[in-house]
Design a binder for this molecule. Structure first.
Ligand SMILES: *[C@@H]1O[C@H](CO)[C@@H](O)[C@H](O)[C@H]1NC(C)=O
Ligand SMILES: *[C@@H]1O[C@H](CO)[C@@H](O)[C@H](O)[C@H]1NC(C)=O
Ligand SMILES: *[C@@H]1O[C@H](CO)[C@@H](O)[C@H](O)[C@H]1NC(C)=O
Ligand SMILES: *[C@@H]1O[C@H](CO)[C@@H](O)[C@H](O)[C@H]1NC(C)=O
Ligand SMILES: *[C@@H]1O[C@H](CO)[C@@H](O)[C@H](O)[C@H]1NC(C)=O
Ligand SMILES: *[C@@H]1O[C@H](CO)[C@@H](O)[C@H](O)[C@H]1NC(C)=O
Ligand SMILES: *[C@@H]1O[C@H](CO)[C@@H](O)[C@H](O)[C@H]1NC(C)=O
Ligand SMILES: *[C@@H]1O[C@H](CO)[C@@H](O)[C@H](O)[C@H]1NC(C)=O
Ligand SMILES: *[C@@H]1O[C@H](CO)[C@@H](O)[C@H](O)[C@H]1NC(C)=O
Ligand SMILES: *[C@@H]1O[C@H](CO)[C@@H](O)[C@H](O)[C@H]1NC(C)=O
Length: 603
C-alpha cells in the first residue's frame, strides 16, 4: 500500500535518481508567434510533406507497385501510370483507433502488413504502402503506437514491439509489467511511485501537475526509449525529456521517411452542453477537438481554428517562452487519459483506478483546489482567442482528455483537414463496440454525426451506415470495406459552406479495416482482448500480430475462392489510386471494377 508520506520520505532518500531538467522558461525568440489562426496547416508541415512527396514517395510507390504486381493480378494501366508519375501520386493517411493495448497491437499488426520490410507483407501485395503513407494519426492506445514508432526512429514492428535485442535503451513494450501497478511487491511499487513523482518534480515547479503527468511517465516506460526489462526499476530517466518537437531531428524524419505523426485529444469543458454520442461517454460531439502534430498543437474546428507551436507548448504570452513541456509521452498520455471517466462516480474511484497516483501527485505537489486532477492540463495558449465561439477561451487551463471520449474512437478528423489533401484514409479500428471487444462501426457513425456540426473548412466525410445494425446487416465489420467510392468530384454547390471560389472538395475514400470478427479458419480469437488488459506475454502479442496480419492481408471471403481474396492486394491499390484516377479522368476498369463491386458500400 502506498502512502504519500512514505513516498515523500523516499523522495528525500532517493534524491539521486535521474530525471530530465524539465520544462524551463526563456525569453521568446524575436519572431515568436503564440497563435496562428485559420484552418490551414503550418508552413513546417507543408514543407515536410512536400519534401516527402519529392524525395521519398516516388521510390516508395515504385516498391509498392512492384509488390502489388508480384501477386500476379493484372492491374488496369491507369493504376500503374498513377503510381509511377510524380505529380499524380496519391496522399495516403492512416488512422489508428483507441482501445488500449489491444488497439496498439492491432494497429501495429496492420502497419506490419503494410510494411515493405516485412517479406510476407510484400508477397501479399500490401507491403510498401506504409512507406508511401504521408500522415499517421493515433488516438489513445493508437497514439502509443504512433509515438513509440516515431521516437524509435521507425523500426520494423517486430523490433518496435519486442525490441531488437541490441539497443541498450529500447527493449520493446515490456508488457509483462502492468502500467500503474508494476509490481505486487509493495517495496518495488514504492520505488516506481517515487521515481514517477520525482520525474515530474521539475515540471511541478512551474506548471500544474495532475494524474496526466504520472500517467505519461508510467506509459513512457513501455512506449519510449529509456527502459529495459531488467532495468525497469533502475534510477534512470525513463525517457523523460524525449520531446515531440525534437523527433524531427531523428534520421528517419530528417530524411522524410516517416509518415507525419498526429495524436488527438478531447477537451473536458464545463462550458459545453450537447448531445453525447451513445457510447461516447463524456464529451458531447459539439466539443472542439485538439491535435498534437510534430510542429503544432492545433484545433482545426472552425469554432477555434487556432494553432500554437509544439516546441513552445506551455507558453501563454510572447515575452516568456516555455520549452520542454511537449514531452512525447505526456502528449500520448493526454490522448489516452480517460481517468475523468473514473472520476465520474467519485474521486475515490479515480484514486483506485489510478493506483492512487491522482492522490499522490496532489499530496506531493499540492495543486490549486480548482485544478482538475483527472485530466491532462495545459496552460491555455488560446486564452482570449475566438471568445464568441470557443467555449474555453477565457480559461487559463485547458483540461484535455482521451481523444475517443466523444465517441470518435478513430482519429479521422486530422485526415479531413482540407489542406492535407488526403485522398485515402486507411481507417484501422479496434475499439470495444459490442462488449466482446470487437469493432462494429460506431466510430465511423460518430464521425459522420460530428461532421454535421463541424463542416466548415474540413473535407466532407463519405456516407457510412447510420446505425450499428446497418453495419451488421451487411457484415461490414468482418472484412475490409471501402466508403466513398463514388463520391462526387470537387464541385460547386449552393447549399455547401463552400462558395464559388472554393468548390466543395471530394471526401477522401475510406478503407475501413476493422477488428471485427474471430479468425475465419476457426482458430481461437486472440485480437479481442479487453481494453483494460494491461499485461501481455510475448506469445500473446505475437499471436495478436499474426491474426491482425491476416485481417489486413486476406480481404473478403470470395465465393469459390476460399477464405482469402487473392485479389485483395490489387483491390487495395485500386482504392489507393481512386481519387488520383478521377483527377486524371481515367475510367475505372478491369480488376478495379470487380474490386469496387466487392468492397464498396454505397448506401
Ligand atoms: C536507486 O538509488 C538509490 C539511492 O539513490 C538506491 O538506494 C537504490 O538502490 C537505487 N535503485 C536501483 C534499482 O538501483
Ligand atoms: C530511440 O532508440 C532508437 C534505437 O536505439 C534510436 O534509433 C532512436 O534515435 C532513439 N530515439 C530517441 C528519441 O532518442
Ligand atoms: C449546461 O446545462 C446546465 C444544466 O442544465 C446549466 O446549468 C448550464 O448553465 C449549461 N451550460 C451552458 C454553457 O450552456
Ligand atoms: C508571461 O508568462 C509567464 C509564464 O507564465 C508569466 O510569468 C509572465 O508574468 C507573463 N507575462 C506577461 C506580460 O503576461
Ligand atoms: C489507495 O489508498 C487507499 C488509502 O490509503 C487504499 O485503501 C487503497 O487500497 C489504495 N489503492 C490502491 C490502488 O493502491
Ligand atoms: C489538492 O491539494 C490541495 C492542497 O492540499 C487541496 O486543497 C485540494 O482539495 C486537493 N485536490 C483534490 C481533488 O483532492
Ligand atoms: C472530477 O470531475 C469534476 C467534473 O466532472 C471536476 O470538477 C473535478 O475537479 C474532478 N475531480 C478531480 C479529482 O479531478
Ligand atoms: C472474444 O470474442 C469471443 C467470440 O468470438 C468471445 O467469446 C470472447 O469472450 C471475446 N473475448 C473478450 C475478452 O471479450
Ligand atoms: C454475413 O455473414 C453471415 C455468416 O458469416 C452469413 O450467413 C450472411 O449471409 C452474411 N450476410 C451478408 C449480407 O453478406
Ligand atoms: C512479418 O510479419 C509476420 C506476422 O506478424 C511476422 O511473423 C514476421 O516476423 C514479420 N517479418 C519481419 C521481417 O518483420
Amino acid at each position: 500500500m502506498l502512502h504519500a508520506a512514505r513516498v515523500l520520505c523516499l523522495l528525500v532518500l532517493l534524491g539521486a535518481a535521474t530525471a530530465s531538467s524539465g520544462p524551463s522558461f526563456h525569453r521568446c525568440p524575436a519572431d515568436f508567434k503564440l497563435v496562428r489562426r485559420g484552418q490551414t496547416i503550418s508552413a513546417s508541415e507543408a514543407r515536410y510533406t512536400e519534401q516527402k512527396r519529392k524525395h521519398v514517395l516516388p521510390d516508395a510507390f515504385k516498391t509498392y507497385l512492384k509488390n502489388v504486381k508480384g501477386t500476379g493480378v493484372k492491374l488496369p494501366k491507369y493504376v500503374e501510370q498513377i503510381l509511377q508519375t510524380k505529380s499524380e501520386l496519391p496522399t495516403v493517411g492512416i488512422s489508428v483507433s483507441g482501445g488500449g493495448y489491444r488497439a496498439a497491437l492491432f494497429g501495429a499488426g496492420v502497419l506490419n502488413a503494410l510494411d515493405a520490410r516485412n517479406s510476407s507483407a510484400a508477397k501479399t501485395g500490401t507491403g510498401g504502402l506504409l512507406q508511401a503513407t504521408t500522415h499517421l494519426a493515433g488516438l489513445s492506445g493508437g497514439s502509443w503506437l504512433v509515438t513509440s514508432l516515431a521516437q524509435a526512429n521507425f523500426p520494423t514492428i517486430q523490433h518496435l514491439v519486442f525490441g531488437d535485442g541490441k539497443s541498450k535503451d529500447f527493449a520493446g513494450w515490456i508488457p509483462s509489467r502492468d502500467i500503474w501497478t508494476v509490481s505486487t511487491d509493495p517495496a518495488e511499487q514504492a520505488i516506481f511511485a517515487h521515481q514517477v513523482l520525482h520525474e515530474i518534480a521539475a515540471k511541478a515547479k512551474h506548471f500544474p501537475v495532475s494524474v496526466g503527468d504520472a500517467w505519461g511517465r508510467a506509459l513512457a516506460r513501455h512506449f519510449t526509449n529509456g527502459t529495459t526489462e531488467s532495468g525497469f526499476l533502475a534510477n534512470t530517466s525513463h525517457g523523460s525529456g524525449i520531446l515531440f518537437s525534437d523527433l524531427v531531428k531523428l534520421p528517419t524524419f530528417a530524411s522524410h521517411q516517416q509518415p507525419f505523426p498526429i495524436m488527438v485529444a478531447n477537451i473536458a469543458s464545463e462550458h459545453i452542453n450537447g448531445t453525447l454520442f451513445p457510447g461516447g461517454n463524456f464529451v458531447p460531439l459539439n466539443s472542439p477537438m485538439f491535435e498534437f502534430n510534430l510542429f503544432e498543437m492545433s484545433c482545426f474546428d472552425d469554432v477555434l481554428a487556432a494553432h500554437t507551436p509544439m516546441k513552445y507548448l506551455g507558453t501563454t504570452n510572447r515575452s516568456l517562452c516555455a520549452t520542454g513541456f511537449d514531452e512525447a509521452m505526456f502528449l500520448s498520455g493526454t490522448s489516452s487519459n480517460l481517468w475523468n471517466e473514473a472520476n465520474a462516480t467519485s474521486p475515490e474511484v479515480l484514486a483506485a483506478g489510478t493506483a492512487n497516483f491522482s492522490v499522490l501527485v496532489n499530496s506531493t505537489y499540492p495543486q490549486s483546489p480548482s485544478l482538475r486532477l483527472d485530466s491532462s492540463n495545459y496552460p491555455n495558449p488560446f486564452h482570449g482567442v475566438a471568445p464568441e465561439t470557443f467555449s474555453d477561451s477565457h480559461e487559463t487551463i485547458l483540461s484535455l482528455i482521451d481523444g475517443g471520449e466523444d465517441g470518435q474512437i478513430m482519429p479521422l478528423q486530422p485526415m479531413l483537414v482540407e489542406d492535407r489533401k488526403v485522398d485515402v484514409i486507411i481507417a484501422v479500428d479496434a475499439p470495444n463496440d459490442d462488449g466482446n471487444n470487437y469493432a462494429r462501426g460506431a466510430s465511423l457513425i460518430a464521425t459522420q454525426e460530428r461532421m454535421k456540426i463541424f463542416q466548415r473548412g474540413l473535407a466532407p466525410f463519405p456516407a457510412v451506415p447510420a446505425s450499428l445494425d446497418g453495419f451488421a446487416a451487411q457484415n461490414l465489420t468482418s472484412r475490409p470495406t471501402f466508403f466513398g467510392c463514388n463520391a462526387p468530384s470537387p464541385h460547386h454547390s449552393p447549399s455547401s459552406p463552400y462558395n464559388n471560389h472554393h468548390p466543395t472538395p471530394s471526401p477522401p475514400l475510406v478503407v475501413y479495416i476493422p477488428n471485427g470478427a474471430p479468425p475465419r479458419d476457426g482458430s481461437p480469437p486472440l485480437t479481442n482482448t479487453s481494453t483494460f488488459q494491461s499485461t501481455y506475454t510475448a506469445g500473446e502479442m505475437q499471436g495478436m500480430l499474426a491474426q491482425t496480419f491476416d485481417v489486413a492481408t486476406q480481404g473478403a471471403v470470395v465465393r469459390g475462392g476460399g477464405l482469402r481474396d487473392r485479389e485483395w492486394g490489387a483491390c487495395l491499390a485500386c482504392a489507393v489510386v481512386e481519387r488520383a484516377r478521377a483527377r486524371v479522368r481515367a475510367k475505372r476498369s478491369g480488376v478495379c471494377e470487380t474490386c469496387f463491386a466487392r468492397y464498396c458500400w454505397e448506401g
